[in-house]
Design a protein around this ligand. Structure first.
Ligand SMILES: Nc1ncnc2c1ncn2[C@@H]1O[C@H](COP(=O)(O)OP(=O)(O)OP(=O)(O)O)[C@@H](O)[C@H]1O
Length: 274
């Protein structure tokens, strides 16, 4: 497929496939030797839907996120993604180049630590512009213009465009990482503890910004968090993991207001007591 054709007919296809899942995860299991990372996880993610994966440390959240975002090959199970042309593709049967293209364009991945998702020794503008170049944009003026527009959208002053992220605060770096991910207009963004490691007031501002962007752009998101407040604010639906397995799933408000599994009840009540 020619890069320039990538976004053509997007709206037509999006309308035609709105009643089909964007991502279908079926029986995903990943073991590390005899240790279970995650076991037999299945769910569908719909276009524009935000799904939170919650659970305590070691419950398998990151393993699952990496398996469904093609960063870690599962031991068994399948992940099917509905491409922009409407066809469903098994992400582990794609050619490597096709998968990499998908990750640079239609998907985003926001790491907990912005250092893992940014290039620290190139300018903020280049960090954002680089993703546009990956989809074939070669016009310097356009790229710089889009980068500045995105910096402003994530509340970074345009006059910081030539600064390197090394000179940014933790919150600014995380917002820059978000801009870098969103500039290609992805349909699906994976986030691993996007507000972890930040001060509480910085977290609140970032969450607010993320919530606005997700809703304005109609993004589908899978967000891993151990923080139920993040799940409450961002997600429509959530799955609760324990020892690598899903022990409860449902609409976020339902799970948090009326948890059914004893473990979820414990999680929820421990937060309420804080
Ligand atoms: N590379 C690895 N090698 C061996 N075991 C691993 C590896 N990565 C994860 N595990 C194990 O898999 C299980 C799930 O870990 P995982 O990191 O997915 O959990 P998590 O819920 O994301 O935890 P955290 O919130 O602390 O990041 C744990 O028992 C962990 O020790």
């Amino acid at each position: 497929m020619a890069m320039a054709d990538f976004y053509d007919d997007h709206d037509t296809v999006a309308a035609a496939t709105a009643d089909q899942p964007l991502l279908s995860v079926d029986g995903i299991t990943r073991v590390y030797g005899d240790r279970i990372g995650c076991a037999d996880v299945s769910f569908d993610l719909w276009p524009g839907e935000v799904l939170a994966i919650v659970g305590e440390s070691g419950s398998g959240k990151t393993t699952l996120l990496n398996c469904i975002s093609s960063r870690l090959t599962p031991t068994c199970g399948t992940v099917n993604y509905r491409m922009r042309d409407g066809a469903s593709a098994d992400i582990y049967k794609m050619a490597e180049a096709e998968r990499r293209f998908l990750m640079r364009t239609d998907w985003g991945f926001v790491h907990q630590n912005p250092i893992d998702g940014l290039r620290m020794t190139v300018s903020a503008g280049a960090n954002v512009g680089e993703r546009l170049m990956a989809i074939g944009d070669r016009h310097y003026g356009n790229i710089r213009g889009a980068a500045i527009e995105w910096l402003e959208r994530v509340e970074i002053n345009a006059d910081r465009v030539d600064d390197q992220p090394r000179a940014f605060s933790g919150g600014m770096r995380q917002r820059l990482q978000i801009a870098r991910n969103l500039v290609t207009n992805p349909r699906l963004v994976f986030m691993d503890e996007p507000t972890g490691g930040l001060d509480v007031s910085v977290q609140a501002r970032l969450l607010d910004l993320l919530r606005g962007l997700v809703s304005d752009l109609g993004l589908a998101v899978v967000v891993v968090t151990h923080d139920l407040a993040v799940a409450r604010l961002l997600s429509d639906r959530m799955i609760v993991m324990k020892d690598g397995r899903v022990i409860e799933a449902g609409l976020t408000d339902r799970v948090l207001d009326d948890p059914r599994a004893p473990y979820t009840q414990l999680l929820v009540s421990s937060i309420l007591q804080v």
